[in-house]
Design a protein around this ligand. Structure first.
Ligand code: FEO
Length: 394
């Protein structure tokens, strides 16, 4: 990745990973990602804000060389996860005079994860500043976005917030700044859903804190720089709010068509009642798409056949994931089929303990659904309609 100038003496010098397709061996990356690293040159000192994933270190070193950087005074570490911190040992080896600047929690994690020795650290506290000469860095601790040690770094002279993972997106482009807000919005929503959504309550507090500082640009460590910060800040305010939308998400699997018939019938029944609905056949679904829909939906309906007395394993995986992501849905239920018995519903309900939902009527069918079973789905659709009306969603 080429050096890109953010402002006078502020450069983006990280790496673009155009063809990475999976993150943490879990999260699909349809648009690749970036590991943004920023260089801030003050009149007295030079700081590198976050490094890169170790496998892209060449790009970082090439950019440092091309900028003629022979000395890095400070490596600012906003987050200990290795896609940003993993390059630190190599940077320290090349620039041995550098000090690693971070908070106490992050220091402890870097010592554990990367074996960086104690004497290399300068530990900062919340709102502490670090002078670079004509530029200042100020640190704000923002724990749990998405690890306990996360923080952000503010450059007041340029009103730039370096937010690391927080407010980022897995999106890669040759353009430094956001050009296509709609595309980036979708990518940032996917990122929020997969990574930040479980920490909704922490984010509320962090955004309140950031309201006290003037921000012209948000420079995350994944994705493009927001030179219209309101775009992402307003999106986050919407996603973290308690407001849900008049939408039902139906993750499901069908083995021989019974659950499929039920899902199709329920989709039509909800549509007729003016409720937005999105079914996801889990055998072909990108789980990121499912996660995006979980951000706003008022209701989750899980559809599963019964396999060896329990849910289909792909449904169990989706339920486990949804439970981890803690979406703000208000209602949930389970529909599905069985051949001779089992405890599919009980097992799925037991997997959803993190969700603060009211459980609606379940519909479980022996074999292929008959007329009475379809009527039961109509009753469920009416129940969902009433619940959504109670929340003034339609
Ligand atoms: Fe981009 Fe949590 O690391």
């Amino acid at each position: 990745m080429a050096i890109q100038k953010v402002k006078q003496n502020v450069f983006s010098i990280g790496a673009k990973h155009w063809d990475r397709r999976l993150f943490d061996e879990l999260i699909p990356l349809p648009d690749g990602t970036t590991y943004n690293s920023y260089l801030v040159k003050g009149t007295d000192k030079t700081a590198l804000i976050d490094t890169v994933d170790p496998e892209t270190l060449n790009a970082l070193f090439e950019n440092l060389k091309n900028l003629g950087i022979s000395n890095i005074d400070y490596i600012i570490v906003n987050h200990a996860e290795q896609d940003h911190s993993g390059g630190i040992p190599a940077v320290l080896a090349k620039y041995p005079e550098s000090k690693v600047v971070t908070n106490e929690r992050c220091k402890n994690m870097l010592e554990d994860l990367l074996k960086i020795p104690d004497e290399k650290f300068i530990v900062i506290k919340d709102e502490e500043t670090l002078l670079l000469g004509d530029k200042t860095l100020q640190f704000y601790l923002t724990p749990w976005v998405h690890w306990p040690e996360t923080m952000v770094t503010y450059l007041p002279e340029e009103r730039i917030l370096f937010s690391c993972d927080f407010l980022g997106s897995h999106y890669v482009s040759s353009e430094l700044f956001v050009q296509d807000e709609a595309k980036v919005y979708n990518s940032a929503k996917r990122y929020y859903a997969e990574i930040m959504m479980p920490f909704r309550n922490n984010i509320v507090r962090h955004l309140e804190k950031l309201e006290d500082i003037e921000i012209d640009m948000i420079a995350p460590s994944h994705g493009q720089i927001y030179d219209n910060p309101k775009m992402i800040l307003n999106a986050y305010k919407d996603w973290i709010s308690d407001n849900v939308k008049n939408e039902v998400v139906i993750p499901y699997v069908s083995m021989h068509g019974s659950t499929q018939k039920m899902v199709e019938y329920l989709v039509d029944a909800l549509t007729k009642r003016g409720i937005g609905v999105k079914p996801f056949n889990l055998t072909v679904t990108d789980i990121g798409e499912l996660a995006i829909e979980l951000v706003d939906a008022a209701t989750i309906v899980i559809g599963s056949p019964t396999v060896l007395a329990g849910p289909h394993p792909s449904v169990a995986y989706a339920a486990f994931l949804a439970n981890m992501l803690k979406p703000k849905a208000k209602f949930a239920t389970i529909i599905g089929s069985y051949g001779w018995g089992g405890k599919m519903i009980e097992r799925l309900v037991g997997m959803l303990g993190n969700l603060k939902v009211e459980l609606l009527s379940t519909v479980i069918v022996r074999g292929f659904p008959e007329e009475k079973d379809l009527r039961a789905l109509d009753v469920l659709a009416d129940e969902i309609l009433e619940k959504h009306k109670e929340l003034d969603l339609l």
